[in-house]
Design a protein around this ligand. Structure first.
Ligand code: IMO
Ligand code: MG
Length: 438
């Protein structure tokens, strides 16, 4: 019989609840510039973590003029002593992951620091076909997805027919893969989509499995064992794209909000320190669906040109408009945002006038807080704007005191309406072009 007295349970009593995790969350429709503040904050971090979404994300950073685009690996891994973790809440296209690893290796990044969760789900080639097929079948109701197979991979996870990273190495993997491919092919034939060849998929997967094997770990256990370490979580997608709390159905298939981050990493609420919400000084969106402050006109075109608003994942021109504080207040409350990061302040300075939406008018009533009764009627909502003077030069400024008064007026108004300090301000493309207010 097992001698229970000899088992060492002493670590059970340890309090491992230090508040050492800072989280970065996009608060609009994505592409807010999360990578920049993530790289900045993870300079002092032991661990940089991505735990939501997949390669629908495109996080661009620029260091001394050199542009780098990340899709899956947390940007913080470029800091020499920062470990990179891809958590259990993600969906991983192994073609993209292996490619990204190679690119980082070529840049001299020590990729042995990368850990991938045993429980992260795998995007398979049939998910990309399903993504296309679903969009086609939706007709006018298409979402305008990134086409990366994200929704179908999460759907299979929920349907319990997905593969976690660890499943790829199990004895029954080939049998299960074959069954999935056969079943998917039956559907593809009905809808006249291309079919998938099992042998080809398997051959490629076997090569990728060998490359990735040394990186696969139980990241939940790793994060628990490293409870004293400083973690920076790089959120992907954004609050308005959240499947539960965003503009459903014009959303992504994951939970970019704080709840998704906890679930996607296994980090407990008690470890969270700061929750930094990222927005641009204007607004942008790719894909279909509501965008109340959209400027589908010359102003929007000008913002797109000045802000270089073309997708880093798909190259699509982004829809542009004004910052919406009604929505920002709502998502900040949902996420418990402690600090704001306002990017592209330099860009709005190049406009004559800047507008901030501070209320909605809907069916004669003024709404200063978001209300679900506008769902499906967003195009009947009239925005109430406050207007600010543009024509200021904030480009590349790194100290708040050196900002022109007009720029400060704009920042202060955002702080006043949201009640949240704007701690980080982006003033240019390069990572170093950022104001950090203590
Ligand atoms: P980052 O992390 C911008 C959008 C797509 C589409 C919708 C659903 O770079 O901010 P999906 O392929 O996820 O099923 O598409 O969500 N979308 C993003 N838009 N930035 C992103 O990520 C996005 N991830 C998804 O454009 O409207
Ligand atoms: Mg993007």
């Amino acid at each position: 019989m097992l001698d229970l007295l000899r088992i060492d349970y002493s670590s059970w009593g340890e309090n491992k609840m230090e508040k050492n995790t800072d989280v970065i969350i996009g608060l609009a429709y994505g592409d807010e510039g999360k990578g920049k503040v993530a790289t900045y904050l993870s300079k002092d971090a032991d661990i940089a973590l991505r735990c939501t979404g997949g390669n629908n994300a495109g996080h661009t950073i620029q260091i001394d003029g050199q542009k780098l685009v990340f899709h899956l690996v947390p940007t913080g891994i470029i800091n020499q002593d920062t470990i990179g973790i891809i958590g259990n809440g993600t969906v991983l296209d192994l073609n993209v992951l292996v490619e990204e690893i190679k690119k980082l290796e070529n840049l001299g990044v020590d990729i042995s620091k990368l850990k991938i969760s045993t429980r992260a789900h795998v995007i398979l080639p049939y998910h990309l076909i399903e993504d296309q097929m679903q969009e086609k079948l939706k007709g006018n109701g298409k979402v305008g997805t990134t086409g990366r197979g994200i929704g179908p991979a999460y759907a299979d996870k929920i349907n319990r027919i997905g593969f976690r990273m660890k499943d790829l190495y199990e004895d029954d993997f080939e049998e299960k893969l074959k069954r999935n491919i056969e079943n998917k092919n039956r559907i593809f034939k009905v809808f006249e989509m291309p079919t998938i060849n099992y042998e080809e998929v398997l051959e490629k997967l076997n090569i990728q499995k060998a490359v990735l094997k040394p990186h696969i770990v139980d990241t939940v256990a790793y994060l628990q064992d490293n409870a004293d370490k400083h973690i920076v979580v790089e959120g992907a997608q954004a609050a308005m794209l959240d499947i539960n709390l965003g503009d459903y159905p014009m959303v992504t298939s994951s939970n970019p909000n704080i709840g998704g981050i906890l679930n996607g990493s296994g980090i407990s609420l008690q470890r969270i320190n700061k929750i930094i919400g990222v927005v641009k000084a204007y607004a942008s969106k790719v894909g279909e669906g509501p965008f109340i402050t959209e400027q589908d006109n010359k102003t929007g075109d000008l913002i797109r040109t000045l802000g270089h608003e073309f997708g880093s994942t798909t190259g699509r021109p982004r829809r542009c408009g004004w910052l919406d504080l009604v929505s920002l207040k709502r998502v900040s409350q949902i996420n418990g945002i402690t600090d704001l990061n306002l990017n592209h302040l330099d860009t709005v300075g190049k406009l004559d006038k800047i507008k901030l939406c501070t209320a909605y008018k809907y069916k004669g009533a003024i709404l200063t807080t978001y209300d679900d009764k506008i769902i499906g009627h967003e195009d009947e909502v009239e925005c109430i704007y406050e207007e600010f003077e543009g024509n200021f030069d904030a480009e590349n400024i790194t100290e708040y005191d050196k900002l022109p008064e007009k720029a400060k007026t704009y920042v202060k108004r955002i702080e006043k309406v949201t009640g949240i300090p704007v701690t980080y301000i982006g003033t240019g493309a390069d990572n170093k072009h950022m104001i950090v207010r203590k």
